[in-house]
Design a protein around this ligand. Sequence first.
Ligand code: 5GP
Ligand code: MN
Length: 334
Amino acid sequence: MKIQDIQAIQLLLASPKKIAIIPHRGPDGDAMGATLGLYHFLIKNNHQATVIAPNDFPNFLAWLPGSETVKIFERETQICTQILEEADIIFTLDFNAFHRTGEMEHTLAKLKGTFIMIDHHQKPDDYATYTYSDTSFGSTCEMIYNFIDFLNKREDIDKNIATCIYTGILTDSGSFRFPGTTGNTHRIIAELIDLGVENTEIPVLLFDNSSFSRLQLLGRALQNMKIFEEHKTSYMTLTQEELDSFNYVKGDTEGIVNYGLSIKDIVFTAIFIENKEEGIIKISFRSQGGFDVNQFARDHFNGGGHSNAAGGRSEVSMEETVQKFEDLVKKLTL
Ligand code: 5GP
Ligand code: MN
């Protein structure tokens, strides 16, 4: 972050402010960890802070300290709009374009407060007065740690803040194995553990928390997997009918895409998940090594993300979507 920006933010935060903190739609561990970590920090510094999520967060994150205070824009649009309109400062965390908040984008675009963006995705929009955007970080949570450090407030990081930050670093780094994971990441993690983070319990809460039907849904996705050996690519599909038959609840499909990369010599994978209510196929892309799935998602599926993990969407049928993907894959040399 630029030194002038840090000084300006220090000045801004020197007196109590009304602050709204926003994660992206479909918030994941990093988005919820970052917003709640910052929330605890701001409350500790006498600000009036509220986390407003565009829609609900998955149940496997409900144990995060402070999650009970999170307001859901989709559910309480009127009160959330009021909080947003009254906010002096609006932090947007783990995303960099208003449209990533869905319907909330129209409300955000009209706000008069000062925007501060902290994010690690590519190609940030320029809506924020202060932008801390850096794609070299594996998680926004690692940047939240740095942000608190830039403000000279590291001593404020207590067990609650540490727990939130730890969760986002853990989930967004694929348990410390994705390329953004550095020595610094591990030094921060070490410090968070020293602050009391339950580092053996959190992975259980996050990952060993499946219902039986979720595991059966995973089984179905694996059975649906197709492999294009010559193109080092695999993909899976889940239709709305399949989701319904396994009593799908939000969060159940989280992480399934990664199984597509766990096959020897596969370096590119995708999962196509039908959402009848929204009339779309939601897509997750993952790659290992040099193939840039962010670019692929941008070019072909109206999406984006990072070079090894991205997402997109399609508004045509599952069959047509998958056909388009197969045609593209057959032109790839990976
Ligand atoms: P996931 O596949 O876990 O939903 O998302 C992987 C990464 O891609 C995340 O960093 C997420 O923010 C980003 N991403 C997912 N879907 C979209 C999308 O539709 N548009 C953009 N720009 N990014 C996305
Ligand atoms: Mn993230």
